[in-house]
Design a binder for this molecule. Structure first.
Ligand code: C2E
Ligand code: MG
Ligand code: MG
Length: 275
């Protein structure tokens, strides 16, 4: 029955082996999350975000991967939702951040990253203390750390997120809004929440037509008026990049540049592209 949630046009499903496997994997994830954190199965992959004005690297988004000894490579959608539902995703989020800070220290070259926080992190963990402890331990300036919070996190008790943004700014982190336009976007979000960067959801690039272009252009213009930077997610073609350049969008992220990769691979990439 639960597998039907979120599919309004589906009124019947048949239990099959796929559902059984997914249920087993969810149990496995819940039973092994602590072991995964301790034994280094939770790894950090990096996806470049490009400064559209200069064509240079702006930062990386740090994304979680679970490399499991039994199940192999697990994508975030195989373990993030089940951990969120059980208020355990903070374990992944701070591991991803810690991995990144350790890598920065080891290489001796700190680099700016954004990392994802789930709404439940603010209910189940001391987010500020974790960020301060990790960054201090590895000697990384928090100006390199940009916390991404999804628009959907803003749904009910907005005071929690409002305070979280102020607190994150207070310790020196930027706060970026993830997946803008994917849910019930409200202009209040732009008005009332002091985000530094708005990440426009990749649905606009996926259905890249005149109407999407107009929306992306309008949102970018509005952000500029408000003094916010705009990042566009899911950029896959040169045509999309040219469009974003023409409307003054600030940052681009997508397969056109690279998919998320381990640090050893992403750090080999060149971004000498002409803008
Ligand atoms: P997100 O934060 O919006 O991350 C962007 C996702 O879009 C990534 O998927 C990335 O691989 C994918 N992507 C990037 N460029 C393109 C493109 O050009 N085309 C297409 N089709 N896709 C692109 P990924 O890594 O599978 O992550 C999926 C989601 O899982 C993330 O969406 C985020 O919501 C969540 N997630 C990932 N890592 C973490 C984490 O450490 N903590 C938390 N709380 N959530 C995470
Ligand atoms: Mg994100
Ligand atoms: Mg996103």
């Amino acid at each position: 029955m639960k597998s039907m949630f979120g599919q309004p046009l589906v009124d019947t499903v048949y239990f099959n082996e796929k559902l059984q496997k997914e249920a087993e994997l969810r149990s496995y994830v819940l039973e092994h999350i602590d072991e995964a954190v301790e034994k280094g199965w939770i790894q950090t992959y990096y996806q470049p975000c490009i400064d559209i004005h200069t064509g240079k690297l702006y930062q990386y988004e740090a994304l979680a991967r679970w490399i499991d000894p039994v199940h192999g490579y697990l994508r975030p959608d195989q373990f993030i939702p089940v951990l969120e539902n059980n208020y355990l995703v903070y374990k992944v989020d701070f591991k991803v951040l810690e991995n990144a800070c350790r890598t920065m220290q080891e290489t001796g070259h700190p680099f700016p990253i954004s990392f994802n926080l789930s709404r439940t992190d603010f209910e189940s963990a001391d987010v500020l203390k974790n960020i301060v402890d990790i960054s201090d331990h590895y000697g990384i300036s928090r100006s390199f750390l940009h916390a991404e919070i999804t628009e959907s996190a803003m749904n009910n008790d907005n005071n929690v997120i409002r305070k979280a943004i102020d607190d994150l700014h207070g310790i020196g982190c930027e706060v970026w809004m993830d997946d803008f336009g994917s849910g019930f976007s409200s202009l209040n979000v732009l008005k009332d929440y002091p985000f530094d960067v708005i990440k426009i959801d990749m649905v606009f690039m996926r259905n890249f037509n005149k109407r999407s272009e107009d929306v992306v252009k309008a949102v970018t213009g509005m952000n500029k008026e408000l003094g916010l930077r705009t990042l566009c997610e899911g950029v896959e073609t040169k045509e999309q990049m040219d469009f974003l350049h023409s409307i003054g969008c600030d940052i681009a992220q997508g397969y056109l540049f690279s998919k998320p990769l381990p640090y050893e691979e992403v750090s080999q990439l060149e971004f000498g592209m002409k803008s």
